[in-house]
Design a protein around this ligand. Structure first.
Ligand code: ADP
Length: 347
């Protein structure tokens, strides 16, 4: 029994589900076959008895043969009929078994695919998140251990050490914030969709990013102001989306350049563009930048550019929650344009 259990546990989920489907189908089929067999066998026995009892004479009168055991010839005929019936039902059940096995296996595979994919994404996400958490933690641990071992550690060195630790703590905090945002953006709970002016969202976002921009002396040109575009959105998350795009535009641009925010409406869509004149994104990365934890090699190698590759996946999720998406155009050395496209507010 234990052996059977361990063999069962080792089987693939698709195979287990197939077995369950087939078992249910076969139970139903066998039950109805048994009922059918009994009914048909009884009917056969009755009709044989009738044929035997009511023998037609050439002149039309009926001869009733006394009751008792029917002659062996009739018994044989009944047994033959039953055997044929049994064989036909067995044949029919074998076909059902083969067909249901094949169809159930295909169905089980199809049912399990999205579950397996979600599980794989979840596992990858957990592994990536753990890896990103480990890096600053390991750096901090090593630094603290070295300092503790150093008996001649001066006050200024200790302060330097604390400063470096604080930087790592800052990184961990940013990561924890991004992970929380990602978890929160997974559901639309708490989102309030109202008709809002795009001007307002743009000014909330630029306010939040102002300090970062001025550190690099980057000018954010808001070309939406004169517009009176309205959209149905959750103000908080739409502002967050714009902040992510503006933050990236600043991070991946040279100092003293411009970042522009533009907007336009077609009959069906509202488009909001964030345009920078920065380093641009290599073609090979364009298909992946919206994946969680994806960072282009240039972003990874430049330690000064902070980030975990979570911003754009959060941004894409917010756009999706508004029924839209984000498009990107980019050219190395020229810059990038990220366009938020959401269905137009018609009322
Ligand atoms: P992060 O910026 O934290 O690395 P994101 O998810 O926001 O993560 O971006 C993913 C990657 O896309 C970045 O690592 C970077 O390589 C690239 N990227 C995003 N925005 C820009 C931009 N405006 N200019 C150049 N590269 C960008």
């Amino acid at each position: 029994m234990k052996d059977l259990n361990s063999v069962w546990r080792k089987l693939s989920p698709a195979f287990k589900l197939t077995t369950a489907y087939v078992a249910i189908l076969m139970l139903i089929s066998l039950f109805f076959s048994a009922v059918l067999y009994n009914l048909a066998a009884n009917q056969l026995a009755n009709s044989l008895r009738k044929q035997y009892v009511q023998l037609q004479r050439p002149n039309g009168s009926t001869v009733i043969i006394p009751s008792g055991a029917p002659p062996t010839q009739v018994q044989e005929e009944l047994e033959n009929g039953k055997r044929n019936l049994f064989l036909q039902l067995a044949y029919f059940n074998a076909i059902i078994l083969a067909l249901s096995g094949a169809i159930s296996y295909l169905l089980a595979k199809q049912t399990l695919r999205p579950i397996e994919e979600a599980l794989a994404t979840q596992t990858r996400f957990t592994a990536d998140a753990s890896h990103e958490l480990r890096t600053p933690l390991t750096a901090m641990q090593t630094e603290i251990e070295v300092s503790l071992r150093d008996k001649k550690l001066s006050l200024s060195e200790a302060k330097e050490q604390l400063k470096s630790n604080l930087e790592e703590v800052g990184k961990l905090r940013t990561l924890a914030d991004s992970l929380l945002r990602l978890a929160r953006n997974g559901s639309s709970q708490g989102m309030e969709y109202k008709v809002v002016k795009l001007d307002n969202i743009v000014s909330y976002a630029t306010k939040q990013i102002k300090a970062e921009a001025s550190k690099k002396r980057i000018v954010i040109k808001n070309k939406v102001k004169a517009n009176s575009i309205k959209l149905k959105a959750d103000t908080k998350s739409m502002t967050e989306l714009l902040v992510i795009l503006l933050d990236n535009a600043i991070k991946y641009s040279q100092p003293k350049t411009n970042v522009e925010i533009l907007a336009k409406q077609t009959s069906r869509y509202t488009q909001i563009k964030v345009k920078d004149h920065g380093q641009g994104i290599p073609k090979v990365d364009l298909d992946h930048i919206f994946e969680r934890f994806y960072r282009s090699d240039s972003a990874r190698s430049k330690n000064s550019i902070n980030g975990y590759g979570l911003g754009l996946s959060i941004a894409a999720k917010i756009a999706q929650q508004h029924g839209g998406n984000i498009e990107v155009w980019s050219k190395i050395g020229k810059g990038s344009v990220f366009t938020i496209v959401i269905p137009r507010q018609t009322k």
